[in-house]
Design a protein around this ligand. Structure first.
Ligand SMILES: Nc1ncnc2c1ncn2[C@@H]1O[C@H](COP(=O)(O)OP(=O)(O)OP(=O)(O)O)[C@@H](O)[C@H]1O
Ligand SMILES: N[C@@H](CCO)C(=O)O
Length: 289
């Protein structure tokens, strides 16, 4: 049996709105079992996630090959839904790879990126799930390009609230226009962030992560815990804290050898969600035969 493995992603990293992302060691796996008369996807994600051809993974595969032979599929996912950790990207990429495997399409990573961006819309969300590591990406509504590089040694202390926030709702709150000064500060911070990552300078990269004015300033009212975590994280030695994807998850990037201690401090905050101490995943989409 073939198993497809896709990592979670964390998009934006502050000023890299719609352009920068990382892959995280939290996975969706999809096992392709036997052919059957109709599609069936076995999973433990609850009744709101369809188990037939309406499931996002199968819908994606059928968008590529409408007459694909139905199969029994088994999905296991540790990526929580609608939390800003790329759950929809992981499902879409698993669906593209499902069509690739069953339909023997021989898609390259570049091909998969083009399809995934057209379906999902955000290159910073899908590209790290394909390539792994730290990814800078761009999409001009025609073509997507992405470059992946290793991220400096770090842990991503990840706060996942109990409640969902759909990307569509979190985007609806953003303005059509951004003041030029804010755009210049933010895009120049993103540039320095990328250079710092490539030089292995986690401290500078972390400082740049807190300089966004493209989206966090507007989304703050939906995620009051962002400022609360950022303030405490600064006080206890984190390098930088940002809203992961469209939220509501918040990530503090910290040095590996201080991660357990800083996590212990952050867990003292009066918050009811879940904390995870995650590694950055060096690899993206993998096929396990
Ligand atoms: N494994 C899955 N199987 C089927 N549908 C899924 C799966 N994962 C996500 N979805 C669908 O995607 C929706 C969430 O997408 P959304 O873009 O709002 O959030 P996200 O991808 O988790 O966050 P972000 O884009 O900010 O990282 C879910 O409500 C569900 O409909
Ligand atoms: N860059 C996107 C990621 C979510 O898909 C956003 O922040 O809305």
């Amino acid at each position: 049996m073939t198993t497809i493995r896709v990592p979670a992603t964390s998009a934006n990293l502050g000023p890299g709105f719609d352009s920068i992302g990382i892959a995280l060691e939290l996975y969706l796996t999809l096992t392709i079992a036997e052919p059957r008369a109709t599609w069936f996807i076995e999973h433990e994600m609850g009744v709101d996630v369809p188990s037939d051809e309406h499931n996002l993974i199968i819908k994606t595969a059928l968008a590529l090959i409408p007459d694909l032979t139905p199969h029994h599929l088994i999905m296991k996912s540790a990526i929580p839904l609608a939390r800003g950790l790329g759950s929809s990207s992981s499902a879409i990429i698993a669906g593209i790879e499902l069509a690739n495997q069953l339909g023997k399409l021989d898609l390259t990573q570049y091909d998969e990126l083009q399809i995934a961006v057209r379906l999902e819309g955000h290159p910073d969300n899908v590209a790290p799930a394909i390539y792994g590591g730290f990814v800078t990406a761009t999409y001009d509504e025609v073509e997507a390009d992405a470059i992946s590089a290793p991220f400096p040694a770090a842990r991503a202390l990840t706060y996942i609230p109990d409640t969902e926030l759909l990307t569509s709702a979190s985007r609806a709150i953003l303005p059509e226009k951004i003041p030029l000064r804010a755009a210049v500060t933010t895009s120049s911070s993103a540039n320095v962030l990328v250079a710092a990552v490539l030089r292995g300078d986690l401290e500078t990269a972390g400082r740049m992560m807190e300089r966004d004015q493209f989206h966090e300033v507007y989304r703050e009212k939906l995620v009051p815990h962002l400022e609360q975590i950022r303030e405490k994280a600064r006080a206890v030695g984190a390098c930088g804290t940002y809203l992961s994807g469209a939220g509501p998850t918040v990530i503090s990037m910290v040095p590996v050898d201080e991660a357990d201690e800083i996590l212990g401090e952050l867990q003292q905050l009066p918050l009811t969600g879940q904390w995870l101490n995650l590694a950055i995943a060096p690899a993206g989409l993998l096929i396990e035969a």
